[in-house]
Write a protein that binds this ligand. Structure first.
Ligand SMILES: *Cc1c(COP(=O)(O)O)cnc(C)c1O
Length: 363
């Protein structure tokens, strides 16, 4: 049994957090470092909270090696709000090109169409998004303001091995379900953003990393003040009350990642963990992965049996054995194990043992 009777939680999000971080948060719950109050109760204008926010930004900058000409913004509204904020802020010509590789990039593509001339330049929908199209020579338009990708499709379990050739255009990437899972060369992008509830912290916040020259003030005058990146950039992400709690928890996770050796170390652990699962799937007669091998995600691993009935049996079996949230998304079916940063390798090993046992019992 795990500490505190916890289960191995394979949820795609909100998702498992590092246990040591939860323990620190618990220990600081009633009185944060002598302030006499919980972070939940604190003014966002207080010195104590300002220090929490400043350290969170600084630690993230160090972890990712974010260049000085990029702003780090903490914005509410989840990744979904970014689907609209991106075209509202980054379109100058009113033109953008999208690569559609799954449910999340498709949603972003549809939302952006409300704001301008938006084209899908490559898609993997013909095979239910089980692969990443060749992006070495996309028909990107001359006047495209940006090229958009979802770098890790949470539902379909695909990930880019190589970034698209944007032909000199700005790349915008939704990294929600892979944020901080491996090193990232920020200057390859105009903007990176991530809803933090997948791989970092509690729900309700996005981290947006955006090159300064892309932040502008000449937006459509009807743009809500909250939806201008400039509002957030000019006010240190505190134009209004930010999600203080999420900033605090994410800050803890950033410190935890620094302590374990940074993103290169995290990537090694993630590769080792995913290998346990993929080796099992590649050798199983009952279970198989749903994604082309070369583009399999380290973070979200969908798999199926031969039938929906058997899938349902497996899900019930794993649940009874103490593994939670393995039901796949309805658009893929089957099962999905999300193996984010905070999932220990032992959790994946234990799951594989459980699946092997099921397979042996159902020959
Ligand atoms: C979960 C997810 C979203 C949506 O996030 P919300 O915070 O719920 O709006 C967007 N993109 C990706 C890749 C996701 O995994």
């Amino acid at each position: 049994m795990l500490k505190y009777d916890r289960t191995y939680n394979f949820s795609a999000g909100p998702a498992t957090m590092p246990e040591s971080v939860l323990e620190e948060i618990r220990d600081e719950m009633m009185n944060y470092q002598g302030s006499g109050m919980c972070v939940m109760e604190m003014s966002h204008r207080s010195k104590v909270f300002q220090k929490i926010a400043d350290e969170a930004e600084q630690d993230l900058r160090e972890l990712m090696g974010i260049p000085d000409n990029y702003k780090v913004l903490f914005i509410q509204g989840g990744a979904t709000l970014q689907f609209a904020m991106i075209p509202m802020n980054l379109m100058r010509n009113g033109v953008a090109d999208y690569v559609v590789t799954g449910s999340w990039s498709k949603k972003a593509f549809k939302e952006a169409q409300k704001y301008g001339d938006v084209k899908c330049v490559a898609s993997s929908e013909d095979k239910n998004f089980s692969y990443i199209p060749d992006c070495s020579d996309l028909p990107i338009r001359e006047n495209a303001d940006y090229v958009y990708i979802c770098e890790n499709e949470t539902i379909h379990g695909t990930t880019y091995q190589k970034l698209p050739n944007t032909k000199g255009h700005i790349l915008v990437s939704d990294q929600s379900s892979m944020f901080l899972s491996k090193p990232c060369n920020v200057s390859d992008y105009g903007m990176i953003y991530a809803g933090v509830q997948k791989n970092v912290g509690p729900a309700g916040m996005v981290v947006a990393i955006i090159r300064e020259d892309l932040i502008r003030e000449d937006l459509d005058p009807k743009t809500p003040v909250y939806m201008s990146y400039k509002t957030h950039a000019d006010n240190g992400s505190m134009y209004n009350t930010p999600n203080c709690w999420a900033i605090y928890c994410c800050g803890k996770v950033f410190k935890y990642l620094k302590k374990i050796g940074g993103l290169a170390e995290m990537e090694k652990m993630n590769i080792a963990k995913a290998k346990v699962m993929y080796d099992f799937l590649d050798n199983s007669k009952m279970f198989k992965g749903t994604v082309e091998k070369e583009v399999r995600s380290l973070m979200n691993i969908p798999f199926v049996t031969e039938s929906a009935e058997l899938d349902a049996e497996v899900i019930a079996y794993t649940k009874a054995a103490g593994f939670e949230n393995l039901k796949g998304h309805k658009s893929v079916g089957g099962l999905r194990a999300s193996t984010y940063n905070a999932m220990p390798k032992e959790g994946v090993e234990a799951l594989v043992e459980c699946l092997k046992k099921f397979e042996a019992e159902h020959k």
